[in-house]
Write a protein that binds this ligand. Sequence first.
Ligand code: FEO
Ligand code: CA
Ligand code: CA
Length: 638
Amino acid sequence: MKNNKTKVHNLSIDEYDEINNPPPEVVDFDNILQKAMSRRSFMKNSAMFGASAFVLGSGLNILSSTDAEAAFSGLVNFKPIKADTKDDITVPEGYSWEILAKWGDPLFTKGKWFDHYTRGTGETQELAFGDNNDGMDTFYTKDGKTIIAVNNEYVNRSIIYDNRGTKLPETADDVRKGKAGHGVSIFEISNKNGKWEIVKDSKYNRRITADSRMEITGPARGHDLLKTISDPTGTLSLGTWNNCGNGKTPWGTYLACEENFNGYFSNTDPNADIPPEFKRYGISTKDWGYAWGKFDDRFNWDLEPNEPNRAGYVVEIDPLNPSSTPKKRTALGRFKHENAEVTLGKNNEVVVYLGDDERGEYLYKFISSKKYNKNGDNSKVLEDGDLFVAKFDDNGKGKWLPLTPETTGMKSKAEIAIHTRMAASAAGGTTMDRPEWVAANPLKAEAYVALTNNKNRGKKPNAGGDDTSVNGPNPRINNQYGQIVRWTADRGDHASSNFKWDIFALVGNPAVHKGSNAGSKNITKENMFNAPDGIKFDSKGGLWIQTDGKYSNSGDFAGMGNNQMLYGDPKTGEIKRFLVGPNEAEVTGLTWSKDYKTMFVGIQHPGEKGNSIWPDGPGTAPRSSIIAIRKNDGSRIG
Ligand code: FEO
Ligand code: CA
Ligand code: CA
């Protein structure tokens, strides 16, 4: 995959990152290997998986795959489905699905229906649902309308530019189309005779793209590192892109999280020296094939050296106020944000859990200075607060380490907000196996993080040179399956500095492996999967797990089929497969209708390597889509 002949448009987003941001070579390989080996022998001699054995959820140790079924206490009952490799959606018996929105569907009557031949223009894309839908949430107006806000993470170059010989953007309009394929789509949906559809021309319908006006708020607002030629105040930026997971605040706003923002920047000199603070974030002289810098100077960092510092944040958007300006919340730090899981501390502090999805990067928590006010104005709550990095001890306990000038050696809160990765390294957080979504249990002060995989664990330090030897919550060298780690906040308070943790699921393949790569006991031949990514709780405390993993269905991944969505019971540890996606797709993004009778699920990048015709069939472009799932008896799902 890594030779020069590899066509850029055939790579997954992860593979782009690997090529453009190769981790540094191991400096002291022998030392790292030795540490890993001694850990390995410890693991072999212990009852289960060594250091992590006693921190696996106690419920898991008593479960076998047969009594797990009987023990399942979740509200959503269904017969688990088998893995498959069909270019289609599979759901359990008694459930049905239909399409709600597909990439390129117009949100306005003046838009055009999607053209499978040209795959749209800049203009049609600006009026339509973006590409690669990811995190999403539903919002409700006082007069009973349902509004959905959805991230459009990136564009599949080979698919949207299929009309070009290079399958890459060639013209200014191609780049306009690409930028408009990104960002956030907000639109009203309604249920007509049992079928959900987009309400075209609703006053709530709105596209936020890589060119929309944003206000920069919080500690870094106006900082010298955020000033550019077009914005000498450092307070206004243009656009949001690569929005991955999301969050929803108790006051009804939407949080879009900027993840792989680095892949859009280039330098007019391909041999330019890359400053270390850019290297840490994977910013290079070449972009990942989007070509924005070719037509927009702000994406060339030799021309606008501070523009990359204005991306990598959480953006707060009010979906019910279509004229509102989105706000970049620098207080929540700058890194490759996955999602932003918002919950409350005992004294109504707003607590936001945040993952940085990169091999060997960190898990964070934000605690607001102002309290949440149920009947008041919360529009400034995310402007100021304290940021912490997670430190996991191998003994099942952990701490949130504050990121302050004292703990990081940085001059100000502004600098910590901009160079958060370096701050976390200085404070001594625990390097993690790519933190994806965090989900907080609505029934107790407990949260879960999906650690998707990390082939560098135990092999290479992270981009900041931090040691990534195996550790408690990341116990496997060359972790190719991932794990879901959870913690309980001390005193039942998410604002507490201390927690206890365990591993909810160590994902693996028990049909192929023995030992730690077979996974924990709640991973069976019937439910196995790889690369947990999206996770979210329903209202009854059931944990939904979505995957973005290998879909080869062979070798280490034999028997796992396509990417999927599963349902986990936090009490018993049982996990059941609920949905399987089409070929070469990821399942990501989950929300519900107000009555919980419809579950909306995101299907992203079907056919990312050219092998899907989902959902429209032969002779058509594969299209990322949101599907609506209903139970045939009309009862709640979650
Ligand atoms: Fe966009 Fe980390 O997934
Ligand atoms: Ca994700
Ligand atoms: Ca992903």
